[in-house]
Design a protein around this ligand. Sequence first.
Ligand code: BG6
Length: 492
Amino acid sequence: MTDPVAISGVAKAPPCTLVIFGAEGDLTHRLLMPALYNLATLSRLDDGFQVLGIDRTQASTEDWANDLTATLEGFTQDHTAEFHPDTIDAAAWGFVRQRLTYTQGDFSDPALFQTLARRLTGNALFYLAVPARLFGPLVTSLGAAGLLAEADGRFRRVLIEKPFGCDLPSAEALNAQCLAAATEDQIFRIDHFMGKEAAQNLLPFRAATPVFEALWHRDAIDHVEITAAETVGVEARGAFYEQTGALRDMVPNHLFTLLSMLAMDLPDTLTADAVRDAKSRLLGAIAPIAPADCVRGQYETGTVLGKPARAYRAEPGVAADSDTETYVALKLGIDTWRWQGVPFYIRTGKHLAARRTEMIVHFRSPARALFGEARAPTVLGLEIDPEPGGWLAIGQKAPGLGLRLASGEMRFQLDGPGPHASRDGYEGIFHGAMCGDRLLFQRADAIEAGWAAVQPILTAPPPLAIYPSGTAGPDEAASLLARQGHAWRPLA
Ligand code: BG6
């Protein structure tokens, strides 16, 4: 198979130092290093690339590099990991490994930033793989030490993971704090869903396939479902999740990213700002969500994928009377000419019956029922995870005598074999940040528009419904759609 990277002429990243705050953490091990390794296998990293890991632990560069190597090699044995190559290419990992340096540092100590300022002279990316409460202070410290000054053609960029705020006021405050130390163009807010092949595919799919774009509006589309169902529970993240819940964790960020890529007006060009303008406009047009259009659920005991599962309230770090939701379903409307009156249903939850992230577009029925009672609804499924691809449910002739209607399906698949198969999405995120391509990153206005849309239900959350682990979620979520004669696509 031809390497799509080679044929698309994707540039080699310019030389830079990647400074990782939180070098010992899970994110660095599980996602960042595999992505750097993958970029090395694709020869997209410059010889002048360096990685400077910083964390509180006392360790040598050798210790850190050995630790990362062991984790990477461990993934070859773990087929449940996002990154699971058969083997690690010694040359590619060697390229990254020999560029690693570790420094012990206290993120609250100004001396750390002074040392960094003396040490770093050229291009630098500062990656904040740290708890969210440290984002603002770290950006302020970087600014105060002059580390964000872009002189002599060098770039200085900050990569910030979610959660970017926990409601509208906190997101506005964090944006203000970041923008006091750096320009908007220097802040790269990551939503890892934009790193997913299938999320990026929405632009080529829509813009290059006029048959869909011609029908992409209220006259042809009846309603849309967006689902991010997970079988995992909160695992070791109980304490974090207690303060967060499914709504904050998934909706204004990941699911609104998918929603905006699906429903925005197509940009006229592929510049980052044209795409981000279109996304922000769409998110800004979401009508305030009424608490009556929201269902919150929490998992109790049950069976997930054949194994007994404990209740959320029995998870470590979770209160015995917790009111935190592990499931949320919403009905929302978009106040634009294109989408007026089209319900968009969004749901996400943990300990559900299946792992599936998908968008389902239900087209309107034909004007006449030529085949009597028989129906073959036209439905487009856009699959994000676990397998990126999609299908179109169509009407076709039932085999055999007579002209009877049956349902058929056309399918497409996105992933091919080769190095792309074990990508975790962070390759594009790093590559974009190194090259200064902001297309995959969230602009301040989109972040705030997302929080503004969910703020009414954060302010007045509806009561919690309990659902057994391993099911499709609470019955109330089915009722939310049944009111309009709709139903969720079954999960399993
Ligand atoms: C993270 C959330 O941002 O996204 C997790 O904090 C969630 O709770 C995860 O499990 C889902 O991402 P993915 O790529 O596994 O679908």
